[in-house]
Design a protein around this ligand. Sequence first.
Ligand code: SF4
Length: 230
Amino acid sequence: MLAVTPPASPLPHVEPPRDCPLCPRLAAFREALRLEHPDWWNAPVPHFGDPQAWVAIAGLAPGMWGANRTGRPFTGDHAGHLLFETLGKFGFAEGRYTERADDGLRLNGLIILNTVKCLPPQNKPTPQEIATCRPFYEAALAQLPTVRVVVALGQIAHGSAVRTSGGKLSAHPFGHLAEHRLPDGRILIDSYHCSRYNQNTGRLTREMFEAVFARALDLRDAHSSPDPLC
Ligand code: SF4
């Protein structure tokens, strides 16, 4: 019995099956955790947010005690505090985040997509696992024609976002607050990942993280609605 029930995916037709076998190492890890923690989610983590979003966050992969446990991206671990506080401050989140997938938090104008949907050991997916899961990320973005800005959290998500758009990594180097016009017309803004490690080491401060979402709003405001950034 799950400890909490995660919200239904806003993009149910592009989610992998609960027992997706495509990455054998991740599937075996998932199976072991199902025995150890039968009340955890322990499955590919569904996308979370607004199906009419104009911003998509490209995340890395579920964290062990966060999304892999609760079933909702960034929910239940350290990274979620800074992320959801920041989204609330900039008007992208509504409601109270309580580290539970059933807390009723809603995202407006923004959707969170993981680029690797299953928990990798040590939080490190292999290049092959990243490539194997990318079609699920691509399929999700294809269902989101209103997304004009992608915020990539970390280098792996940056790579998936660039490749998905048909771009070359050599033409789009990663850097915090680096901005890229992608071949598909979307704008990519890079951010260091809001992981506990990056926060504790000072690599990512609250101010640095907030600057990313402030920039996304600047981009929207600089262009006319209702089709921002076109
Ligand atoms: S990471 Fe993606 S492709 Fe790999 S097993 Fe999980 S859902 Fe399937």
